[in-house]
Design a protein around this ligand. Structure first.
Ligand code: ADP
Length: 583
């Protein structure tokens, strides 16, 4: 604002000057206005002792002091007649009336005013120089304030330790992390984690948002980055937190040019230069947060820059339970089972849960109660779910049930076909685009696959859809299987065209779609490949169907357990399923 004031003062000064100038020229004439004819007849009758002509305006002053005014069309024509009246005739410069001045300068004032305002909006910062950083000496947060993010906290402990004892690492010549990238959906506690790091290490916390760097003027963002790091160096050891790093860190050379893009690139380059510039041991750690890690420029993620990447996901049921407990502190709960609340809030982020507890307390207060009851939590959850449509990925009970059976189907097939990789865990916690997931982890690195393994994989892939069909009927199958279909088709296609695993297609290599030679393939060969792929997948579905039919009660048990606990480990699934027989 400092530099803005003169800009707005200019039009004000101009107006004042012009008004005062006008006031000097023109003493306001006051008097009775009369018609030209009436004036002339009074004048010629000798009614005026003095007459003043100012431009077209003629003023007559009677000996008793009365003043009469009129306007003459052409003064020259009346001068002879006025002279003849014998009154004392004076000619004055017409000058400028103040109102006329105001009228003529008003548009100019407006234009200058608007320009001044626009300049302030666009370039105020240019003159201002500094970026809007927030700097806190002590955040007052610790890892105890962050609930349920065990893995992230563990990873960050090391960085905290480094900030506390930079020399210990420097002596050993160990390359300490300079940048940590926290990625995850909004409200999952990324900012909170960064603040807790600063709090744990007892160092200052400088924070800025990526979008603050991106301004209209090329070069301004880069200057702000320089300023930020200058401040950081002065306060080191410290944590620099950049929220929404994707605003500056988007992959370069993307769509379109233009000053906005150029500005972003310059800012990003400056950020890279600064990060490369500080030597290990200076004690600055840059923590950046984003919910779009996929759009970030590769250069940002190289070693020595944001090489620590920590995913901060939506909390699972246990995590939600802990977060609820943290935010319930100080609120008089009455008979509220937080486990139950955690169970019914699949997909909620930390911020959503904080909001839920708060809304429940508000609701209780509105009802005039002094304790918060389960009914308040119910009401608060409904309000949030209905209000914030799809802001958080929440599933309807129906979708949840379908998802549970779909995932249970995959899991059951992994048990039925023992050549499959063992299940690591299964979850119906929505993540990104997927509503649920069965994760299998091979016991050893897989170098090559046996036919038995491939077949088992296929049966696991189709298991989700098969379970949906068997439990809910053909009409209620969902679109949830699209990635399974892509995966199964890919495997079957490669079995036929690359791996020589189809008798009918033979021990041949067929060109892939789009590959040179693909168009040379005879219609017959193409037909063979397609029909073999189709047969392989149909076989897999039939096998899966048969195996599931034999173990339908296991399928139900796994699905119910998933509905109840959301995430199950492979061992748990094995116990729950208690298979009658493996295929
Ligand atoms: P992000 O930066 O990921 O968008 P924030 O750190 O700003 O999210 O989180 C918003 C609020 O949600 C926090 O201030 C905190 O109160 C609450 N919150 C989020 N995650 C957690 C958590 N794991 N434990 C406790 N509170 C949390």
């Amino acid at each position: 604002m400092r530099f803005f004031r003169p800009v707005i003062l200019v039009p004000v000064i101009v107006v004042l000057l012009m008004l005062s100038a006008a006031a000097v020229f023109v003493p306001w004439g006051t008097g009775t206005a009369v018609s030209y004819t009436a004036f002339m007849s009074q004048a010629e009758a000798g009614a005026f002792a003095a007459i003043t002509v100012r431009g077209a305006e003629i003023t007559g002053r009677a000996p008793d002091g009365a003043v009469v005014m009129t306007e003459a069309p052409a003064v020259d024509a009346v001068v002879a007649r006025l002279t003849a009246t014998g009154a004392d005739l004076t000619f004055e410069d017409p000058g400028v009336a103040p109102w006329d001045v105001a009228k003529s300068v008003m548009p100019m004032v407006l234009v200058i005013g608007i320009l001044g305002f626009a300049l302030h909006r666009m370039g105020g910062g240019l003159m201002r120089g500094g970026a809007p950083f927030a700097s806190t000496a002590r955040t007052g947060k610790t890892f105890n304030d962050v609930a349920g993010a065990g893995e992230a906290k563990q990873d960050l402990m090391e960085v905290v330790d480094f900030l506390g004892n930079p020399q210990r690492y420097a002596v050993l010549g160990a390359a300490v992390p300079k940048g940590v990238l926290l990625s995850g959906p909004p409200g999952t506690g990324k900012t909170l984690l960064a603040k807790a790091m600063a709090g744990e290490a007892g160092v200052p916390f400088l924070s800025v948002s990526g979008s603050d760097f991106v301004e209209m003027f090329v070069g301004l963002g880069a200057k702000r980055v320089r300023d930020l790091f200058k401040r950081a160096r002065a306060q080191a050891p410290c944590i620099v937190f950049i929220d929404e790093i994707d605003a500056v860190g988007r992959a370069r050379g993307g769509s379109g040019g233009g000053p906005q893009n150029e500005e972003r690139e310059q800012t990003l380059n400056q950020l890279l230069v600064e990060m490369d510039g500080f030597v290990a041991g200076t004690g600055i750690v840059v923590v950046a947060a984003t919910n779009r890690p996929d759009v970030l420029d590769e250069a940002l993620l190289r070693p020595g820059r944001f090489d620590r990447r920590i995913v901060v996901g939506r909390p699972d049921m246990a995590g939600r339970r802990e977060i609820l407990a943290v935010h319930a502190i100080g609120k008089p709960l009455d008979g509220v089972d937080l486990d139950q609340v955690a169970r019914s809030t699949t997909g909620f982020s930390g911020a959503d849960l904080e909001n839920l507890v708060n809304e429940a307390a508000l609701w209780a207060a509105r009802q005039g109660r002094v304790t918060v009851t389960p009914a308040d939590f119910e009401a608060a959850r409904d309000k949030i779910l209905m209000g914030a449509e799809r802001k958080t990925l929440t599933m309807s009970p129906e979708e949840r049930r379908l998802t549970a059976f779909h995932e249970a189907g995959h899991a059951l097939m992994a048990l039925c076909f023992p050549h499959s990789d063992p299940i690591h865990k299964a979850t119906i916690l929505p993540r990104g685009q997927s509503l649920g997931l069965v994760m299998r982890v091979p016991e050893r690195d897989r170098i090559s696959l046996t036919l038995a393994q491939i077949k088992a994989d296929l049966r696991v892939a189709v298991g989700g859809r098969v379970a949906e069909q068997m439990v809910f009927g053909a009409e209620r199958v969902t679109t949830g299987a699209s990635s399974d279909i892509a995966h199964a088709t890919d495997i079957a296609w490669r079995m036929v065209t690359e791996w020589g695993l189809s008798e009918k297609a033979g021990f041949l290599r067929y060109p892939a779609r789009g590959e040179a030679g693909a168009s040379m393939m005879s219609d017959h060969a193409a037909e063979t490949v397609t029909s073999e792929v189709r047969r392989i997948i149909d076989d897999a579905m039939a096998d899966a169907h048969a195996a599931m039919d034999q173990n339908l009660d296991s399928l139900h048990r796994i699905a119910e357990a998933l509905l109840d606990r959301e995430t199950l480990t492979g061992a748990e699934i094995g116990q729950i399923a208690a298979l009658r027989q493996a295929a």
